[in-house]
Ligand binder design. Sequence first.
Ligand SMILES: [Zn+2]
Length: 189
Amino acid sequence: MNIERNLLTRNPFSRPGTYINNVKGIVIHWVANPGTTATQNRNYFESLKNQTQAQKNERYASAHFVIGLQGEIIQCIPATERAYHVGATTYKPEALQKLSYYPNNCTLGIELCHPDWSGAFTSETLDSAAELCALLCMQHGLNPETALWRHYDVTGKNCPKYFVEKPQEWEQFKREVIQRTKRTQIIEG
Ligand SMILES: [Zn+2]
C-alpha cells in the first residue's frame, strides 16, 4: 500500500498539533464534494489556515487520511495528532461511552472521495480504505469488529451518505477489513 505523506502545516483550524493519547477507533467519512480528488481535499484542509481566529463562522476541519477516486491515499496528519473530523455539540450515547466525551481525542479520521452525489465509492477507493483500516487496526491494537465507526454512528450526521443509506454495504466493508486483518496476521505469523 502506497501512502503519500503530505502533512498539513500546523495551524489552529486543521492541524492543532495536540496529541492523541490512545487511539480507540477509526471514523469513516465522505468528502461530500463529488468528483474532487484526494489532493484537492487535502489542500482544502490546508487552506483553512488562512482564516483569522477573530473572523465569524471560522471553520475547523481535517482528517488524518484522504482516499481518492483511484484509491490513492494521502496522509494529512500524523496518527499521533488530533484532527478535527468528528466534533459536534451532541454525540450518540454509544460513542460517548466508548470514545469519551470528545471523540476527536481518540479517533483517526479517513475521508473518502466519491464521483457523484449518490455518495457511492469506487471499488478502488473502497479497496484502499479497507487496506488502510486493516493496517491501522494492526498498528493501534484495535479490534476491527468494534473499532470502525461511520461519522453517523458518532454524531448522527448523514456521513458517509452511501454507508448510512446502505447499511448492508457498511457491514460488507467491515467484513472486508476484518478479513484483511486476519490475512495480515497470518502473513506476519
Ligand atoms: Zn463526516
